[in-house]
Design a protein around this ligand. Structure first.
Ligand SMILES: NC(=O)c1ccc[n+]([C@@H]2O[C@H](COP(=O)([O-])OP(=O)(O)OC[C@H]3O[C@@H](n4cnc5c(N)ncnc54)[C@H](OP(=O)(O)O)[C@@H]3O)[C@@H](O)[C@H]2O)c1
Length: 312
């Protein structure tokens, strides 16, 4: 068996086309959709991720502004900047690039974001609203994964999914989406759509799970987000024949990026497989843009979001 490669770059183009149309429509209403990013410190990886996000904004007609504070900035200085951006009516989305320096309490910063402008979907209000099926903003990476499953018409209902990750960024919101939201739905964005259960059965594993392989071998769909190569690698013997394997993990070794999955061997065993790079990464950025036009439209009087497809 040779896996179908799930091409995140290609699907991200479809999402971006739709975002561009919505940004253009908002522009016609006199609204220049604007994303503000906040970088504290000078971590090269964070700077490089932000560069990609700003470039992507430019491609779809979203205005993007970057605000920088030194690594020595205090908690209050970061909160003051967030407060200024929260109050700025020309800013529709705010993204705080993580991780923040160790002296900053990240939770307090994320909690300080106006939920309506929280394009990463990590504010506790937005994360909590998913549990109540009353959300409009989903975290970008889980949303990108659901959109990939949707695009490749992989229905998760009745399937056993195994997630290797329990973080707020990936594992926990993904669990909510897999069990409560139907990714096959195509509905207007403001519809309170979540009447359907997605009905996946999900097992979450983490670093303290004994015998992780036992669970991965049972997975119809395996989603791995560990990011600890070479210490942790998903090899072919850990994968059920024909399974869908979504690789979220990113490890930098030398100048190259690797996922969690041993791509070459797993390709001959899985039914579907995402590459790294070119799988979940481009989808995450596309969903940041998608969330930004949603927040812009929702903050604009007398209009609702005009996107054909919710993706999740
Ligand atoms: N491509 C993208 O767009 C994208 C987006 C977001 C994140 N990522 C990548 O995804 C990875 C995870 O990100 P994160 O922010 O969620 O990091 P994180 O908070 O460090 O989460 C890593 C998770 O992996 C678990 N883990 C560690 N060793 C394990 C093992 N041997 N078996 C099973 N689980 C194990 C950890 O368990 P514990 O909870 O017990 O520590 C934790 O839940 C990183 O590589 C990150 O770069 C990629």
């Amino acid at each position: 068996m040779t896996a179908i490669i799930m091409d995140g770059k290609q699907v991200a183009v479809l999402v971006k086309d739709e975002v561009r149309r919505e940004a253009d429509r908002l522009q016609e209403l006199g609204v220049g959709t604007c994303l503000a990013t906040v970088l504290v410190g000078d971590d090269p990886a964070s700077r490089s991720y932000l560069k990609m996000k700003h470039k992507a904004c430019g491609e779809v007609g979203i205005i993007s502004k970057n605000y920088e504070l030194p690594a020595s900035a205090s908690q209050n200085e970061v909160l003051d900047l967030i407060d200024t951006l929260n109050r700025d009516n020309n800013v529709h989305g705010i993204l705080v690039q993580l991780p923040l320096p160790g002296n900053i309490d990240s939770f307090q910063i994320i909690e300080g974001l106006l939920p309506a402008k929280d394009v990463d979907g990590l504010n506790p209000i937005n994360l909590g609203r998913i549990s109540y099926r009353k959300h409009s903003i989903f975290p970008c990476t889980p949303k990108g994964i659901m959109a990939l499953l949707n695009h490749y018409e992989i229905n998760v209902a009745g399937k056993h999914l195994v997630i290797l990750n329990r973080s707020n960024l990936v594992g926990k919101p993904l669990y909510q989406l897999l069990t409560t939201v139907d990714p096959m739905q195509v509905l207007p964005l403001n519809t309170d759509m979540l009447m359907l259960n997605q009905d996946a059965t999900v097992t979450m594993c983490h670093s303290k799970t004994p015998l992780v392989d036992k669970y991965t071998r049972e997975a119809d769909i395996l989603i791995t987000a560990v990011g600890k190569r070479p210490e942790f690698v998903v090899t072919a013997d850990m994968v059920k024949e024909g399974a869908v394997v979504i690789d979220v993990g990113v490890s930098r070794m030398g100048s190259k990026l690797y996922g969690d999955v041993d791509f070459e061997s797993v390709r001959d065993r899985a039914g579907y497989l995402t590459p790294v790079p070119g799988g979940v990464g481009p989808m995450t950025i596309a969903m940041l843009l998608h969330n930004t036009v949603i927040t812009a439209a929702e903050q604009t009087k007398n209009t609702t979001v005009h996107l054909v497809k919710r993706w999740v």
